[in-house]
Design a protein around this ligand. Structure first.
Ligand code: SF4
Ligand code: SF4
Length: 274
């Protein structure tokens, strides 16, 4: 029997040597086009964009022609209907790389006091970061993308981030789904059970704004109306790499400046084509 184990062990060692390390190179390297598939690229205006038509077409009110004009990524479900109104979703590799500028964004700090608290949080969470996920009414796609982070390809633990099932052990609460009335008290109690300092991360259009369910009877409100949200990661669903960037940004392991620059690039690009 021992012989069988030794042969098996040799097989796995040889297979490991042959395959090499398959874990993603992100965040050391920029994500590949495969890691940010085309259908996760947000819309951008082009020279042919008709904002008014886009506002009429958009099913989630993400396109605002009058105020801005602007695209609210927190509401966008990436349905691509607005392509008919001249919005584009990346048509060459260079442009795609600009647009994969991952969309996690920190909520504006409200006051100087909050900024100090935020700085303290980042320093603490840099060492190890335990996250708990709660589903308040999702279609399961956002959950799956979050849970993908624990597979060997994304290997979240290599970055010092761990999943936990107990709010008492959690530094961060990840919320996915469109909030329904049965989950309001559960969400509040889970948040209250967490030790401080703590952060809340809303993932996906449903959690941020209600997404495609924003005007349905069962939808209660965006998560930020029930508990304080620190970070939002737009998408429907966001890819694991986009979620990972949001988590790394939250714990301060990603250069905030480089992230901000990418967003600035995107805004400059949008202004240029308008
Ligand atoms: S992709 Fe769909 S949801 Fe997003 S802005 Fe365009 S029409 Fe609206
Ligand atoms: S944001 Fe999109 S993918 Fe995520 S739960 Fe809502 S409908 Fe599903």
């Amino acid at each position: 029997m021992d012989g069988v184990y030794i042969i098996m062990a040799k097989f796995w060692i040889l297979r490991g040597i042959k395959n090499g390390i398959l874990t993603t190179k992100y965040p050391v390297k920029t994500p590949t086009a495969d890691e940010i598939p085309v259908n996760s690229i947000p819309p951008s205006p082009s020279v042919h964009t008709n904002w008014v038509e886009g506002e009429l077409i958009c099913p989630t009110d993400a396109i605002q022609a009058q105020s801005g004009p602007n695209i609210d990524l927190g509401k966008c479900i990436y349905c691509r209907r607005c392509a008919d109104a001249g919005f584009i979703f990346g048509n060459d590799k260079g442009e795609m790389e600009r647009k994969i500028a991952l969309q996690a964004r920190k909520i504006e700090l409200e006051s100087k006091k909050n900024a100090v608290e935020e700085w303290k949080k980042l320093r603490i969470f840099k060492r190890s970061f335990h996250v708990m996920m709660i589903d308040v009414g999702s279609c399961n796609a956002c959950n799956l993308e979050v849970l993908n982070l624990s597979n060997p390809y994304y290997d979240l633990t290599r970055l010092g981030i761990f999943f936990t099932n107990s709010p008492k052990h959690a530094d961060a609460l990840i919320v996915v789904g469109a909030l329904n009335s049965a989950m309001v008290q559960v969400l509040k109690r889970t948040y209250e059970s967490m030790p401080t300092p703590k952060v809340v991360i809303s993932i996906g259009a449903c959690a941020i704004s209600g997404g495609i369910f924003h005007d349905t009877e069962g939808f209660v409100s965006p998560i930020c109306d029930i508990i304080p949200v620190d970070v939002t990661i737009p998408g429907c669903p966001p890819t694991p790499i986009q979620i990972l960037e949001g988590l790394l940004l939250t714990v301060g392991k990603l250069e905030k400046d480089s992230f901000a620059n990418r967003i600035e690039d995107k805004i400059a690009f949008q202004k240029k084509v308008r």
